[in-house]
Design a protein around this ligand. Sequence first.
Ligand SMILES: *Cc1c(COP(=O)(O)O)cnc(C)c1O
Length: 406
Amino acid sequence: MQTASAAAELIQTEAHLGAHNYKPIDVVIGKGEGVHVWDVDGNRYLDCLSAYSAVNQGHCHPKILETMVEQAKRLTLTSRAFRNDQLAPFYEEIAALTGSHKVLPMNSGAEAVESAIKAVRKWGYEVKGVPENQAEIIVCSNNFHGRTLGVVGFSTDPVARGGFGPFAPGFRVAAFGDIEAFERAVTENTVAFLVEPIQGEAGVIIPPEGYFRRVREICDDKNITLILDEIQTGLGRTGKLLAEEHEEIEADVTLVGKALSGGFYPVSAVLSNSDVLGVLRPGQHGSTFGGNPLACAVARTALKVLVEEGMIENSEAQGAYFKAGLEDIRANAVREVRGRGLMIAVELDPSAGGARRYCEALKEQGILCKDTHEHSIRIAPPLIIDRMQVDWALERFDRVLTGLDG
Ligand SMILES: *Cc1c(COP(=O)(O)O)cnc(C)c1O
């Protein structure tokens, strides 16, 4: 155990040497196991962020760890100039699990988004017959798809895009959850609709019932590729393997990342149901680390434990219980509790002074949460959380939410 001044010193060094593109809660974590993390002073916390849903399987899951260590001893990287023995079984297993026909392995989530944009534009020209350089992609207001230049170019968040232009053309914005806005944005050059099934970073925004079924119909009708960004909602987070299942639709292209490695390693993938990925030919796209044997081995085990250990069902059950418990808390500051599975947000009244101070108070109670969009507390623990741990958390949420009522 280190002293309290060790944490202060580490924070100071970060401030001194690091780019200030984050403003973290001041807890310096040194260890994680399951749903818990420990700071360098030995204090234990319930992790209610799960690294933005990358550690759905829990911190340092023993089986993923074992795979990681064993594979790292054997082979880590070959590049795609040669083949490796983990890629084919990874393809087979993720395709079978998600019902996909083609897989493109990448590393970060934003890379998966960029890769899908490249593929779908090419599909637009070669298959749909859109005139050269005229392809349009519809995206939603308040979207979050990552931080690369291409992606922030179609963000509607002035903080995410301000000062980084000029940006690539070819994107149209439609209000999220508004089917008429989507229809109005469609032109004959529309190649794709890129959208999150539930907007996570925007504050767990769930679209109206039936929205995606109608989107699916319009996309079928107008030959538009539906790309669902399930990097955050996917892999059990919302109580289903993929959030698209809540509306019983199927995307043409699905993007997964984050929990695809259980938090051990950056692994993402573009999963394609139509012929979109078929347009990529040798040399037209690639990544040095994409599809490397370490990533594939880790992802295979991360998917395996998600299914075999019942994490998706647990997400549905504990999520419903957690949400109901939060709804029972009688605090004046709470405006609404939203969520599906273990992707939950408590929306506070603007008069409550912002979610950040609530997250700071929760930290003092042993819970790590992240404020999002100023007035929401996002709650997304690892999918292995049990009922007793939810009860433990609810007691503390009650204490903090009612305690800060002014
Ligand atoms: C996190 C996230 C991304 C970006 O993933 P990175 O690995 O951070 O690049 C893209 N889309 C959604 C919905 C996300 O939550």
